[in-house]
Design a protein. Structure first.
Length: 344
């Protein structure tokens, strides 16, 4: 009996020391198995109780239970201490430093062409013109014939147009076919529409010409639409777009679908008219073409040219953007180079 009590005492001391020394979960589990497990030291000692005198068993059993309880308490305490350490380490590792500066969110932006298109449409909307959207894929008739551009006209050149494999179907070379559609839709009501959209021409791509570009055309048709109205409206547009003090001039020109036809220049927005590389020392920038709708075209839109008249104009937003910022190469617009796009 003395011997078994001795073994229990030294087991208690040894196991307690081992538990204290266990630094992590794995070591603690090894210690537990070694001393308290089913095949551990304590279990072996308890099996030895069978050899004792039955009178001695209760006293030994009491000591054994005490040792066991003490060790289980020590195990639980150690386990809690290890878990606390693990938690502390995790908290320290995952701590969010709310004083760090935030990571900047990259801001997207509108394409320079979209920006100018929206500005142009906004100005025209303020003047009572509604946006009319039309298809990019057109018929040869809408794109050319109905606009007074017959076969063999220079603008019909094979190399200037993207034809589809379907006979008589092509990519529009200007937004004007949409104007015919607008007229046919609203006739005989008076109309004021603006037509923004992509146009396509089969050309050698150079610094000055692209195979695709935007156009914004406008059209006003009514019973008393005059050349005076054309001039006043376009001068107003130029003042809203380029500044109220901007000088404006009209020069005679020619388009197949207008008669008479003109081009409008504004005082150079880079040099204020003094002369620079952008205006080629002229002091003026050409920003749009315009004219009174040709009677034949009015007729093709469904209006009686004896009772109705109209004015029309067309401008290139990429060209205006180039003039505004002194951009020398139109290819930048669709090259998708962020060094260009991020400047707007
Ligand atoms: C330019 C010139 C212009 C038009 C477009 C038009 C359309 C119809 C009838 C009459 Cl349906 N005219 N459009 C008129 C004059 C000029 O554009 O240089 N654009 C970039």
């Amino acid at each position: 009996m003395e011997q078994i009590l001795q073994r229990l005492t030294s087991l208690g001391v040894e196991a307690e020391r081992a538990l204290q020394g266990a630094a992590d979960r794995a070591v603690l589990e090894q210690v537990r198995v070694r001393y308290l497990g089913r095949k551990g030291t304590l279990a072996a000692i308890l099996r030895g109780m069978a050899d004792l005198d039955p009178v001695e068993r209760p006293a030994v059993g009491k000591v054994a239970n005490e040792v066991k309880r003490r060790l289980e308490a020590a195990l639980a305490a150690r386990r809690e201490a290890i878990e606390a350490t693990v938690r502390q380490a995790a908290l320290a590792a995952e701590r969010v430093d709310v004083t760090l500066p935030g990571r900047p969110v990259p801001m997207g932006r509108l394409h320079p062409s979209t920006q100018i298109l929206r500005r142009i449409c906004q100005i025209w909307a303020d003047m009572g013109f509604q946006v009319y959207r039309s298809r990019d894929v057109e018929t040869e008739e809408m794109n050319f014939e109905l606009l007074n551009i017959p076969a063999h006209h220079p603008a019909r050149d094979m190399w200037d147009t993207f034809y589809t494999t379907t006979e008589g179907v092509l990519l529009r070379t200007h937004t004007s076919p949409g104007q015919i559609r607008a007229m046919r839709e609203y006739c005989p009501e008076p109309i004021r529409v603006i037509l923004p959209g992509m146009c396509y021409r089969y050309e050698q791509i150079t610094a000055r010409s692209e195979i695709q570009f935007h156009q914004v055309e406008g059209l006003a048709v009514g019973r008393h639409v005059t050349m005076t109205a054309l001039k006043g409206t376009l001068v107003d547009f130029a003042h809203r777009m380029f500044g109220a003090d901007r000088k404006v001039r009209f020069r005679a020109s020619h388009f197949p679908f207008t008669e008479p036809s003109a081009e409008m220049d504004v005082e150079c927005i880079i040099c204020e008219g003094r002369g620079c590389v952008v205006c080629k020392q002229s002091g003026w920038l050409e920003i749009l073409g315009c004219g009174m709708v040709h009677p034949e075209v009015l007729h093709n839109g469904g209006y009686d040219p004896a009772a109705f008249s109209g004015f029309a104009f067309g401008m290139g937003p990429e060209r205006i953007t180039m003039l505004k910022h002194g951009i020398e190469d139109i290819r930048y617009f669709w090259a998708n180079d962020l060094r260009f796009l991020e400047q707007f």
